[in-house]
Design a binder for this molecule. Structure first.
Ligand code: HAM
Length: 426
């Protein structure tokens, strides 16, 4: 019998895991050093957590959730995103008491959506997300967009576009939705079938439909920014003015509405040309009512999530530039030499990785011939091979062999080896 992975859920193989680790490492440094703390929620939640927050008529809830009932007939769902579970955890654990100001949280992990798999779109994918809960201030919107930009840059990305828009408060959204409905009903014949249904079910989504004919209709649709109330208008203008004053380039995208119902106020998306149809690298926005709607305090919030798979596509060849550790291969002959080699590897590993993970030590623990150990060293891209044979063991020496260029080698006293190797590695 042949077994295959579940459709749209890929394996991250050892040869590819390095770039994932590096992206996650850089993200953690950027976020933790700016005061964000990690939160880990379960992969499964009660289905209602998502239905209530993301919205019953959205694509995610109506078509894309992996939902099943457990043995007690409770409906559970593999999380399609991280914001709703975090709002749930914030309320359940009264995090407003733990973080009396803004709770600055981040998460890294897998999400699940039963979408049709294609380049940049899978059924299990991974997000790095950030949520700031507990403030209505537009400065916090600015900070979210700023941090997203910094994070993508730190990971090594450039050439992306930041798109910004505002949906206004809940009342503004209703006002605008009504105006849009009236307009779209008049143009119904030019819309494709799904969008005709959306007029009643999820009218805002017609605005970001990729269908050409719908695109023509949308061009002349009312502008959402004309429906903002005074406060929302002022707040949105403040966000844009802060972005401009800090020289953070962005484009205003009046049709950016986002596919999740919880958004209010500022919304944003980052796109990258390398991604084709699925061009959003990251997206987010404000969700002022979610925590309250989930039974919590009035805690307005803003956040975003970055898709790691898409980041890796957008990095292209740059992902090969991520610093890989220097490989030191310890080749030995005979049992005693092997144990000496083992001790050497442990010592080098400890000493050379003190401030940062720089060095990988590989030591052959089998009875392999020197020739096969050298082959292995080559295969693993070793910079140096450290050889301990019978002679070296007797004379308390080590042979250090460079694996590139002239492949020069020296024989050195065991107690001087560490300093010599340190110089060659750093
Ligand atoms: P989202 O726009 O649904 O927002 O997803 C954010 C990012 O996740 C996308 O821009 C994309 O990079 C990645 N992504 C989404 N679906 C897939 C997929 N099927 N395959 C690969 N990558 C995918 C959210 O999830 C919100 N929770 C973001 C947020 C946080 N808003 C406020 N706080």
């Amino acid at each position: 019998m042949e077994y295959k992975g579940v459709k749209g859920m890929g394996d991250i193989l050892p040869q590819d895991a390095g770039v994932w680790q590096e992206i996650e490492r850089l993200a953690r440094i950027e976020l933790e050093s700016h005061g964000y703390q990690e939160i880990r929620t379960p992969i499964l939640e009660e289905t209602a957590v998502f239905v209530r927050s993301i919205g019953e008529t959205t694509d995610i809830v109506s078509k894309e959730m992996f939902t099943f009932s457990d043995r007690k007939e409770r409906y559970l769902t593999l999380r399609p995103e991280g914001t709703a579970p975090i709002a749930r955890a914030y309320v359940e654990h009264s995090l407003d008491k733990v973080f009396p100001g803004i709770a600055k949280l981040y998460y890294i992990g897998p999400m699940f959506r039963a979408e049709r798999p294609q380049k940049g779109r899978s059924r299990q994918f991974h997000q790095i997300g950030l949520e700031m809960i507990g403030s209505r201030s537009p400065q916090v919107d600015f900070e979210a967009i700023w941090r997203l930009n910094r994070l993508l840059k730190k990971i090594g990305l450039d050439g992306f576009t930041i798109k910004v828009n505002s949906l206004g408060c809940a009342a503004d959204k209703i006002n605008f939705s009504n105006k849009l409905k009236i307009y779209l009903k008049g143009e119904k014949d030019r819309l494709y079938e799904d969008c005709r249904i959306r007029i009643e079910k999820n009218v805002l989504r017609v605005l970001d439909c990729k269908n050409e004919s719908c695109g023509h209709v949308v061009k002349n649709a009312p502008n959402i920014l004309d429906s903002l109330c005074k406060d929302c208008d002022i707040e949105y203008k403040m966000v844009k003015s802060m972005l401009r004053s800090e020289k953070l380039e962005f484009v205003e995208a009046k049709n950016l509405v986002r596919g999740l119902d919880y958004y209010t106020g500022t919304v944003f998306e980052v796109t990258h040309g390398s991604l084709g149809g699925q061009d959003a690298l990251a997206a987010g926005g404000r969700y002022d009512n979610l925590v309250k709607e989930m039974g919590g305090p009035d805690a307005p919030a803003v956040g975003f999530a970055i898709g790691i798979e898409r980041v890796i596509i957008a990095l292209g060849d740059k992902k090969n530039l991520f610093q890989k550790p220097t490989v030191l291969y310890i080749a030995t002959l005979g049992h005693e030499a092997k144990m000496e080699g083992f001790r050497l590897a442990e010592k080098l590993n400890e000493e050379l990785n003190k401030d940062r993970f720089k060095v990988m030590t590989l030591v052959d623990m089998e009875e392999s011939s020197l020739k096969s150990q050298m082959r292995n060293a080559n295969k693993n891209g070793a910079k140096l091979v450290l050889i301990i044979g019978e002679d070296e063991l007797k004379e308390e020496k080590i042979v250090i062999k460079e694996m590139s260029g002239e492949k020069a080698q020296i024989s050195i006293e065991r107690d001087r080896a560490l300093e010599d190797i340190r110089k060659r590695v750093c």
